[in-house]
Design a protein. Structure first.
Length: 293
């Protein structure tokens, strides 16, 4: 597989990563064997997972299992920070591998792995990937309500009848009341007028847009892309979302309704200059949708 043909994706099973690579030539995904083995053994120690896979691989080879012969390799980032060749399996191989683990975890994993995601999130996530592929994201306005509407309309067009439309009903979440519908247009005009030249100003504007919650659904997924667009344009930076845990992010967002400085501290530690990196963008989409699960 040539590097130009690869697209990295991350899926989550019980908060554990399952990394995947798209193979254009064969039109299918390849999944990290070590990630799958770690999940099935409930083991997070990389060395223990790797050693167990060596043992299991040798055992399966003696049994003439097709699982071993079906593996291919691709370089993934190891815990030591270096990219190392890792065994990969396609969906059929992963299914066969999981069935070699006689425990309840394997059954739960297979229920998740074999599920065909036709949900709104599943479909809009696929559309989010194409924002980078077709360069459409560069045609949206940056840091404005209109730009946010353009993002939302693209992600959820055909999925929600209100895609891209500012809500006309008041909504709340977890006991927090977002801006009342009758005051929303005024609030959005005020947000549009907020400066976005420095990192602090951009995060303050992002926090304000979160409090506004412009749409009935899909606000978080849209505004994180909106945030990265501002950072990219103004600071030549973007957020490496894989460095931000779900719980830490959600807590910071809750606090940002009264104090956005916690969000500033959290996001500042995850900034990267890889603004045109395809893998960084795809990984960001994966984590963004994971936050909403």
């Amino acid at each position: 597989m040539k590097k130009a043909q690869l697209k990295i994706s991350i899926r989550f099973f019980n908060d554990c990563e399952v990394r995947a690579v798209w193979d254009d030539a064969n039109a299918k995904w390849w999944f990290s064997v070590l990630d799958v083995v770690g999940i099935l053994n409930e083991e997070s120690d990389y060395n223990k997972v790797r050693n167990y896979w060596k043992y299991l691989k040798a055992k399966l080879k003696k049994e003439d299992s097709e699982v071993v012969s079906a593996t291919t390799q691709f370089k993934f980032l190891a815990p030591d920070g270096k990219k190392r060749l890792a065994d990969m399996l396609d969906s059929e191989g992963v299914t066969a591998l999981a069935k070699s683990f006689p425990n309840n975890r394997a059954m739960k994993f297979l229920d998740w792995f074999l599920y065909s995601d036709t949900s709104v999130d599943g479909q809009s996530k696929k559309k989010a990937y194409t924002l980078f592929e077709n360069n459409l994201i560069n045609e949206f306005e940056t840091g404005t309500t209109k730009g946010l509407q353009q993002i939302h309309a693209y992600l959820f067009g055909g999925l929600y009848d209100f895609a891209g439309q500012i809500r006309e009903k008041s909504i709340s979440k977890g006991g927090y009341q977002f801006v009342f519908a009758q005051h929303l247009k005024t609030a959005l005009l005020q947000i549009d007028a907020m400066p976005q030249k420095t990192f602090d100003e951009i995060i303050q504007k992002y926090a304000a847009m979160n409090k506004a919650h412009s749409f009935m659904e899909g606000n978080g997924r849209s505004t994180r892309i909106w945030l990265d667009m501002m950072l990219k344009k103004q600071l030549k930076k973007c957020v490496d979302w894989s460095k931000i845990g779900k719980e830490n992010y959600m807590n910071a967002m809750i606090i940002s309704t009264v104090d956005y400085s916690v969000l500033v501290q959290l996001l500042s530690k995850a900034l990267t200059n890889k603004i045109n990196d395809r893998e960084m963008f795809m990984k960001g989409i994966d984590y963004s949708y994971y936050y909403e699960e």
